[in-house]
Write a protein that binds this ligand. Structure first.
Ligand SMILES: NC(=O)c1ccc[n+]([C@@H]2O[C@H](COP(=O)([O-])OP(=O)(O)OC[C@H]3O[C@@H](n4cnc5c(N)ncnc54)[C@H](O)[C@@H]3O)[C@@H](O)[C@H]2O)c1
Length: 267
């Protein structure tokens, strides 16, 4: 390997996403996109800390990963609280060692007319989606700096490309994640850490189905799939595939980027 982490031709195992022996944390790892990412990173050889607000669901996810032959530890964590994040990261360090990969995926959606959004609702959404990402990055980065190697992937939203009516608080929080990502990439590139964001577009997850059932999507999942250039809804595994690549050694020259995974809905 080149001293800057570049894999030379003939040296790399070209199966993208090899994370053997890396220690990873996936927030919101008990459901949907986060669950698919946790399972994929474990499949690629990482030891995965599954952080989730729902501790029982996190335990079920970790048990599923272990049953599949992977390595995982469930930790009940609300990313809105720094003390819980610090304690959770210490549990992962005690079980596996220093953290090399962080995927900030935990998130809350919000649908409300702008004039009805209370300050409490605004603050809570930003606390989970943006401040939670800030805290997790700050808590994990020292391990990455010490190792001179790290990978952070922040899950934002395709709504940041063009805005979304009735989701101003959500879009503002996710747009903050995009800015956080770009600035962190510049600050920590010299330390061997890459930071990228994936803004998913219309992925079929429990969150999406909940919103479909409440009539919040402006049509069914099938309707939106029919309007998508690749003519299907995204799967959680589509986001997991891109994440697996971004956290691999092969992606060492990709940082500060917005990697859209949306079936062509946003270009
Ligand atoms: N589904 C989509 O189409 C879509 C599109 C754009 C962005 N996203 C983003 O992708 C991420 C995952 O979404 P999903 O569709 O898989 O949702 P989901 O609701 O299926 O899963 C989210 C998980 O995050 C957990 N979580 C929520 N708040 C948390 C907190 N404070 N601390 C820790 N864990 C918490 C939940 O318990 C759940 O397990 C979210 O950030 C979401 O905003 C999703």
């Amino acid at each position: 390997m080149h001293e800057n982490g570049l894999i030379k031709v003939g040296e790399a195992d070209m199966s993208a996403g090899k994370s053997v022996g890396r220690n990873a944390i996936v927030t919101g790892g008990a459901s949907g996109i986060g669950l698919a990412i946790a399972r994929r990173l474990a499949h690629d050889g990482a030891n995965v800390g599954v952080f989730d607000l729902d501790a029982d669901a996190a335990e079920a996810a970790a048990a599923q990963i272990r049953a599949d032959g992977g390595s995982a530890l469930a930790v009940g964590v609300d990313v809105a609280h720094r003390d819980q994040i610090d304690q959770g990261m210490d549990k992962v360090r005690a079980a596996f060692g220093p953290i090399g990969i962080l995927v900030n995926n935990a998130g809350r959606e919000g649908f409300q007319p702008f004039l009805d959004i209370t300050e409490d609702t605004w603050n809570h959404l930003l606390q989970v989606n943006l401040t939670g990402t800030f805290h997790c990055c700050q808590a994990a980065l020292p391990d990455m700096i010490a190792a001179r190697w790290g990978r952070i992937v922040n899950i934002s939203s395709s709504s940041t490309h063009g805005g979304q009516p009735f989701m101003t608080h959500y879009v503002a929080s996710k747009s903050g994640v995009v800015g956080l990502t770009k600035s962190l990439a510049l600050e920590f590139g010299p330390k061997g850490v890459t930071v990228n964001t994936i803004p998913p577009g219309f992925i079929d997850t429990p969150m999406t189905r909940r919103n479909e059932a409440k009539g919040l999507l402006g049509g069914t999942v099938d309707h939106h799939a029919s309007l998508t250039p690749v003519r299907r809804a995204g799967l959680p595994e589509d986001i997991a595939n891109a994440t697996a690549f971004l956290v691999s050694d092969e992606a060492g020259y990709i940082t500060g980027q917005i990697i859209g995974v949306n079936g062509g809905r946003n270009t």
